[in-house]
Design a protein around this ligand. Structure first.
Ligand SMILES: [Ca+2]
Length: 494
């Protein structure tokens, strides 16, 4: 954690060389959140066949971060930490069931921060875990489906569904199949994300007498992966490549690590959200791995297309040259790596995501930064870019120096947390995980980018022991217990 004291001198120094602070009128902010988007975007070569021309276009207009990680591998703790600047260990928001107003009642959330500084603050889609969060944060939050069944989860009439004429056994087989993916008979404008994009576009196009903070959050590529047919057509099944995996990858994990791999655990209440038998076993049993990857790629392409419509509107508007655009995924996503699906883990696949920042002025363009950065850094970054000053208590650090010089040294590892006292530290070379029971994992990304070999499994070399000892200093000194803490999750006999 960087101290507030260090912040003061840091901001003073950066003010001297920050082109954003000299602006007369504060820049607008277009804040784009993509739910469940890992690093599978085209410009990061995230996965073969990924098609994200619009996110890639935004990356050419700014800086993209190749080592961007969430503070937590789940929607609510990731978003609460990003939107308050407070790390999960300091708020006690670890899972999807803790409430922001319980844990951080005095927090100045990012929309509130901009509202306090005279911005028009509007949003649509998934920004907080439950859309608008507390509506008091917003001048207006667009909820096209508030009173009805959410349009984004509208079910297709026949997708992965039972075909007529199948016998009973086949129907049972289909019912048993965990396969929430497939083409959806709808236009973009009928999808919730499309309606939300339309609202954001109208907001961009209208006359503004104040600077705006405009937040657009897509629900895709969150499950289910049902998007219009044309996005499935972009990803022929024959071209779908599976993620790289290795047999027996779980053998060198401590018991709690194995449990995170095989279950889908919300640490707020120890609930397991995986399908009976385990997601991965189910996918393999039904031969659905390639179809699932195709569904994820299609859903990413759908979300990318909606982002493209919003970016087009901005480009054609009078605000094009005075608007900061940030785009972030809220955590990673496993598609079978470590026999795991979804997020809920402290590995690279559970935490790595997409982060692009494009700011007007003389910041770097079409640039990549390989430094380790956290989504927690977004709040202080936006506060500095807009010149509005920073609230106290931020756990993140402004990335403005990296927007000016993307390759500069940046000796700041990323802390990620999943549940009470389960932490991961990521440096440019290492990932070190320590669970609540003291068990550990260490991965050397120079030699093992897929995190297949746990160097903390016996026998541990003196060198690796030393690396872990050095990295423990980045674990938080304070770990706020969760409300109604049920005790550490029981580890199943393996
Ligand atoms: Ca392994």
């Amino acid at each position: 954690m960087i101290s507030i004291k260090r912040w003061g001198s840091f901001l003073l120094l950066s003010a001297l060389c920050n082109p954003g602070l000299a602006r007369e009128s504060p820049p607008n902010v277009l804040f784009i959140a993509i739910d469940d988007l890992n690093h599978w975007v085209g410009h990061l070569d995230g996965h073969p066949g990924t098609l994200t021309p619009n996110i890639d276009r935004l990356a050419r207009e700014g800086v993209t971060f190749t080592r961007a990680y969430s503070a937590a591998p789940l929607c609510n703790p990731s978003r609460v930490s990003l939107l308050t600047g407070v790390a999960p260990a300091h708020s006690g928001v670890y899972g999807n069931f803790e409430q922001l107003h319980d844990k951080l009642p005095d927090a100045v959330t990012l929309p509130k921060f901009f509202g306090n500084h005279g911005y028009s603050v509007r949003g649509a889609g998934k920004i907080f875990h439950r859309g608008p969060g507390d509506e008091a944060y917003w001048d207006e939050f667009f909820l096209p489906y508030a009173a009805t069944k959410p349009a984004y989860s509208k079910q297709p009439s026949k997708t992965n569904a039972t075909e007529k004429g199948q016998d009973k056994e086949e129907e049972d087989e289909e019912e048993d199949k965990w396969a929430p993916w497939g083409p959806f008979d709808a236009d973009d404008s009928e999808m919730g994300d499309g309606m939300d994009a339309d609202y954001i576009i109208e907001e961009i196009e209208r006359q503004h007498d104040k600077p705006f903070f405009l937040a657009y959050g897509t629900f895709k590529p969150h499950l289910d992966w049902r998007v219009p047919q044309k996005y499935f057509d972009m990803h022929p099944i024959k071209s779908v490549v599976l993620p790289k995996v290795v047999d027996n990858d779980l053998d060198d994990l401590p018991p709690f690590g194995r449990r995170l791999a095989r279950e889908v655990l919300d640490v707020s209440n120890n609930r397991d959200f995986s399908v009976p038998g385990g997601d991965h076993a189910n996918v393999l049993k039904h031969g659905q791995w390639q179809a699932a990857v195709k569904g994820y790629l299609a859903s990413i392409s759908f979300a990318d297309a909606q982002v493209g419509r919003v970016l087009d509107a901005l480009k054609e508007s009078p605000h094009a040259n005075n608007t900061i655009v940030v785009l972030w995924g809220d955590h990673g996503w496993h598609l079978g790596q470590k026999e795991h699906w979804r997020k809920h883990t402290l590995w690279e696949d559970g935490l790595r995501t997409t982060l692009v920042i494009s700011a007007p002025g003389t910041y770097a363009r079409n640039a990549r930064s390989d430094r380790t950065v956290s989504l927690l850094d977004l709040y202080p970054t936006l506060a500095e870019l807009t010149g509005l000053g920073l609230p106290e208590g931020m756990d993140g650090q402004s990335l403005v120096p990296l927007l000016i010089e993307p390759d500069r040294p940046w000796a700041r590892p990323v802390l990620s947390t999943y549940g009470y006292q389960n932490h991961s530290i990521r440096t440019e070379r290492w990932r070190y995980i320590r669970y609540h029971d003291g068990t550990e994992e260490l991965y050397d990304h120079d030699a093992d980018p897929n995190e297949w070999t746990n160097l903390a499994a016996v026998p541990v070399t003196a060198e690796h022991r030393n690396v872990m000892n050095q990295l423990t200093r980045y674990f938080p000194e304070v770990n706020v217990p969760p409300h109604d803490y049920p005790g550490p999750p029981a580890t199943q006999a393996d």
